[in-house]
Design a protein around this ligand. Sequence first.
Ligand SMILES: [Mg+2]
Length: 120
Amino acid sequence: MANILIVDDSRTSRKMLRSMLEEAGHVVVAEGVNGEDGYQKFKEVNPDLVTLDITMPVLDGLESLQMIKQYNGEAKVIMITAAGQKEKMIQAIKCGAAEFIVKPYDNEEVKLTIQKVLAF
Ligand SMILES: [Mg+2]
């Protein structure tokens, strides 16, 4: 069980991910609606794990990732990507992302990826 922060500009996407995570026994402690909001929420709730969408307004996932890692180098961040974002995925790895989940969500993949990252 982990306290998780979901950061995604899509309400539908947040809702889907929340129900999968809760079904797996995790607690969604907060949601962020863009990269800046996600960074602020991270500082407020200090979650065990963050899911961070790449394409978002204000600050995108990569910018938000860099700020979160600068604030806490130990932060566990899973990037949420869509197909065709290979270049951004490579950049995210360089910036310290722990793992990736590709949209559309696959329930098993989400569960396994979260378990893997929590076990680090
Ligand atoms: Mg998005």
